[in-house]
Design a binder for this molecule. Sequence first.
Ligand code: AMO
Length: 421
Amino acid sequence: MISRVLSAELAQHAGQRVTIAGWVHRRRHLKSVSFLVVRDRSGLAQAVTDLPDLPTEESVVEVTGTVEVNSRAPGGVELVRPEIEVVSAPAEAPPFDLYRPVVTASLPTVLDHAPVTLRHPRLRAPLEISAASVAGFRQALDRLGFTEIHTPKIVASATESGANVFGIDYFGRPAYLAQSPQFYKQAMVGVFERVYEVGPVFRAEPHDTVRHLAQYTSLDAELGFVRDHRDVMAVLREAVAGMLESVRARASHAVELLGAALPEVPAEIPAVHFSEAQRLTGESEPDLSPAQERWLSEWALREHGSEFLFVTGYPMAKRPFYTHPDPDRPGYTNGFDLLFRGLELVTGGQRLHRYDDYVRALAERGESLEPYEGYLQAFRYGMPPHGGFALGLERWTARLTGAANIRQTTAFPRDLHRLSP
Ligand code: AMO
């Protein structure tokens, strides 16, 4: 019987007749012989033939051949005397040759033709790194006793400050696409104590930048019985270390292909208070600008040898109403950001946990309780001190791979102008 194998496994089958299945990556005709390079999920394999007509690039094929060792072939083996069956022929050629190692096409061309361009090994690699990162996130939090949850993406009220929500018509009632699972993950702390979610969130971002998408993947966590935000930061450190460990273990090929330099996660990530960050950068605005974030990252690398930096104690005015104030420093919060290679990667903090504190916080911001009734239920029935964080997956992958634009790290980006494919 002829066995079906992956291209990466061919070497284990020297001398045998086997079948591989995949896409025609490349055809090369020399004087007396031709090469057919087939791409499958494990990599590339070459078949050598004297057949004159080979199926065009991106044809889906099954190739049955005898495995022969040849040090000049990719992977050290090739298929000889192949029989080639075309399973499905493409209607047209891709917009550029997917076998050329370097992509010179513009980003809009790549994105407009994503279903085929993502097959290019270099364009696929960031997605492999994302997938490995998510697997590592889950693993790290599972180890720490977290339960994975799934919360609604169609919601009745905005969670983060209201301006950037997408409104939708929900059976004739106004509703919104969730900007974050914030309220639900907090409520679920009352159920499981420690929860996480990997899911899409929606932001009607009016700005066209290289670090904002209208839909992105948020890696959220929330945990109860914390002393304060520092316990949350310690869990985040473990999650990030787990993500990197998984990238090393499961996506080493993609890392190598992109020449991505993976960072070390210090046993304790350095932290600087917001007021100190302002002093260091010589600014006094109530928020950090992208330029300040870049400066602070360089400072952390210089002073602490770390590519990660926590900024803690953001001012009350800049954080959402659910943020826990710093009991020792009026005007400041137990909220933090994690900067990674010059960019805000994570926002998190300790939350209010008493019902009366929520009522007061909403009143102080001139908000009525009514839209928050569903959310506030959790706090009527007893909630422990808790906190959590959200990490933007696309920003993470962009910073890991050195992608200049966040759109290069997600298969089908959504932004101000792009709604398809
Ligand atoms: P925040 O709104 O800061 O916090 O978002 C958390 C993280 O999500 C990423 N991010 C984005 N990525 C791509 N495109 C965007 N438009 C975009 N906006 C944000 C960033 C950011 O650090 N509920 C809180 C989190 C919490 O406190 O648990 C929240 O959503 O990496």
